[in-house]
Design a protein around this ligand. Structure first.
Ligand SMILES: Nc1ncnc2c1ncn2[C@@H]1O[C@H](COP(=O)(O)OP(=O)(O)OP(=O)(O)O)[C@@H](O)[C@H]1O
Ligand SMILES: [Mg+2]
Length: 234
């Protein structure tokens, strides 16, 4: 493919169904979209419409029935499990509704974990982990364990963790869903502010943000709506 024409992210003809007993539910029927580096895209849709299913496919955690997913130079639908693990370590940052921090690791250890697994935790990365935690307002909480942090603080750690590798793609599934209004606003401000500052050492990340929060969705460059297995919007 011509480099100039190539999109940084491209999904085509994506289908995913689940079999439970004798029943098959078609969740994603024909999902297609593209994105450029630095774009922030909100994905909205009713509960059960398949938003988390779509993010799971984008993360390579599940396999589509058919269709293609390209993230940078990765072709997820053509990769084996080992390659997908590499993709997640090198190119992906994920923020979930449940923060998914390791309980036995401190805040800074949690931020560093993906880079350590990828063998990339050199001294400048460790320094950047500390800087990111400062940027999310946790300079006094670096060595706290998740049980010693509030929900909003845990999510701030998760954001720093997602941003540290300067990933090509950031997936956020209801990142403010477990927070009160005040913390939700703080976390959304942080996500956007940190994304603006990201990419200093390389390309900017694409953000795919699943949310029920209309205000948060409106802050993205585009809103895509998942309805009846199809993604539409501008
Ligand atoms: N592993 C699975 N096996 C069977 N059905 C599944 C599986 N995962 C998801 N589903 C079904 O697929 C549909 C879409 O689920 P998904 O979690 O993607 O929805 P969602 O849009 O993220 O909803 P919510 O807003 O409530 O988080 C649901 O009807 C769900 O029951
Ligand atoms: Mg969901």
């Amino acid at each position: 493919m011509d480099r100039k024409e190539r999109k940084d992210l491209a999904v085509e003809g994506l289908r995913k169904s689940f079999k439970t007993g004798s029943e098959t539910i078609e969740v994603l029927k024909d999902v297609a979209f593209t994105a450029k580096a630095g774009e922030k895209i909100a994905i909205v849709g009713k509960s059960g419409s398949g938003k988390s299913t779509l993010l799971g496919l984008m993360a390579g955690l599940d396999r589509p029935d058919s269709g293609s997913i390209q993230v940078g130079d990765w072709r997820l639908d053509q990769m084996d499990e080992a390659q997908k693990t590499l993709y997640r370590r090198k190119s992906l940052g994920i923020v979930f509704q449940q923060f998914h921090l390791m309980p036995d690791l401190t805040a800074v250890e949690n931020v560093l974990l993906p880079m350590e697994l990828a063998g990339r935790a050199d001294s400048s990365t460790i320094q950047r982990a500390h800087e990111l935690l400062k940027q999310v307002g946790l300079s006094q909480r670096m060595y706290h364990f998740p049980s010693q942090l509030s929900g909003g603080e845990c999510q701030r750690v998760a954001i720093a963790r997602a941003l540290l590798p300067e990933p090509e793609l950031i997936l956020a599934d209801e990142p403010t869903g477990n927070l009160d209004d005040q913390n939700a606003k703080l976390i959304s401000d942080l996500i956007f502010q940190m994304l603006e500052n990201s990419g200093a050492r390389g390309r900017k990340s694409v953000l795919l943000l699943v949310t029920h929060n209309e205000q948060l969705a409106a802050r993205c460059d585009r809103i895509l709506r998942l309805q009846s297995g199809v993604l539409s919007g501008s």
